[in-house]
Design a binder for this molecule. Structure first.
Ligand SMILES: *Cc1c(COP(=O)(O)O)cnc(C)c1O
Length: 344
């Protein structure tokens, strides 16, 4: 195995601690985990193993391809995008994986396949996925073995009337679907209070260190830190420029380090002249354009930083989101395949 010049430093204790925090905030409701998009970029299998060890029993992915990658772990997985015709051969035989049925057609498809336990998504106002509340009250699900009836909040990270409206529409379905449990809240929804928790919560971003609302800022810990190696150190004379299109010019002689990191690694060009790296406790700003595979930093603050040394990329999610204009979700899921993923 060749050691990659980029790695994600992943804090397993922080991940578990975040889940416990969210579970406590969920009150009497069980707390699951959204692990779609490869566990938001961290590696779904490792996330599932750690959280299952801590007591998490309900996992959520987007597709059957993602679910199949977790099947041997023996945990309960719900597939949020439901059930296509193409999924049936895998779906009917997968004992621990349930489709989250989203449309009348998906419900029919699952019935025709002799479907066992499933979950159902009902749309309470986001107008993305889900059957209509009226479909539930008029008997569409009769006879179906529904484990969890779900809905999803459109604006849980904001204080807007739509939250209460969606919650009330969802609560009105209690006892009408035959579902064993009801589930509404994502990470931000947990922060809205226990009136939103129902029987099961489904956090994603906050597990991984995202701060969807102020209430999370204290207890939620950072989980992901990209670390990359220095490829070259050079002195750039005053008046010389660095990088593509020469967007940065040295005002004085400057010590520059070139990092093995670029936009192909999810370190997008919006970090040009804005991001920073850290070594020995000192901050080193990104200078010039981020390239596909390379980024330059002003290394003046760390005189002994040399070729082959590792630096940490400043990746505190709320701050990095403000700086880059990307969402905390994008910051995580953009982290690509070139990183070694190292759990500590
Ligand atoms: C992604 C997702 C979640 C998790 O959302 P976060 O905002 O990351 O906590 C929960 N429920 C559904 C339906 C989702 O698609």
């Amino acid at each position: 195995m060749i050691i990659s010049p980029l790695r994600l430093r992943l804090d397993g204790d922080a991940l578990v601690s975040n889940w416990r925090t969210l579970a406590a905030m969920s009150g009497g409701a069980a707390c699951g985990a959204a692990v779609k998009a490869n566990g938001y970029g961290l590696g779904a299998r490792e996330v599932v193993q750690r959280l299952a060890g801590a007591g998490c029993r309900d996992f959520f992915v987007a597709t059957w391809r993602e679910a199949a990658g977790l099947a041997d772990l023996g945990v309960s997985v719900s597939v949020l995008h439901g059930l296509r015709e193409e999924d049936l051969p895998v779906a009917v035989g997968a004992a621990t994986i349930r489709p989250v049925l989203n449309t009348v057609q998906q419900v029919q498809r699952w019935r025709d396949a002799g479907g066992r336990a499933c979950d159902v998504m009902v749309d309470t106002g986001m107008n993305r996925l889900g059957i209509a509340p009226e479909d539930v009250s008029t008997g569409l699900l009769d006879g179906l073995e529904v484990e969890t009836l779900m809905s999803h909040l459109a604006s849980a990270d904001e204080d807007v009337p739509l939250n209460r409206l969606q919650r009330d529409r969802f609560a009105a379905l209690a006892g009408k679907s035959g579902a064993r449990r009801m589930s509404l809240a994502n990470s931000a929804g947990i922060g809205l209070g226990q009136g939103y928790a129902f029987d099961l919560t489904r956090p994603g971003i906050a597990l991984y260190g995202g701060i969807p609302a102020r209430a999370f800022a204290g207890p939620i810990r950072q989980v992901v830190t990209p670390e990359v190696q220095v490829l070259q150190r050079r002195r750039v004379a005053a008046g010389q420029s660095v990088g593509y299109n020469a967007t940065w010019t040295a005002a004085a002689d400057t010590e520059v380090a070139i990092l093995n990191l670029g936009y192909a690694d999810g370190y997008l060009r919006c970090f040009s002249d804005k991001g920073s790296a850290i070594a020995s406790g000192f901050r080193m700003p990104v200078i010039g354009r981020v390239s596909m595979d390379l980024t330059a930093i002003d290394a003046s603050a760390v005189p002994d930083l040399a070729e082959g040394d590792w630096v940490a990329i400043d990746y505190a999610l709320p701050e990095a989101a403000v700086l880059s204009g990307m969402s905390q979700y994008e910051l995580l899921t953009a982290l690509g395949a070139r990183y070694d993923r190292m759990w500590y």
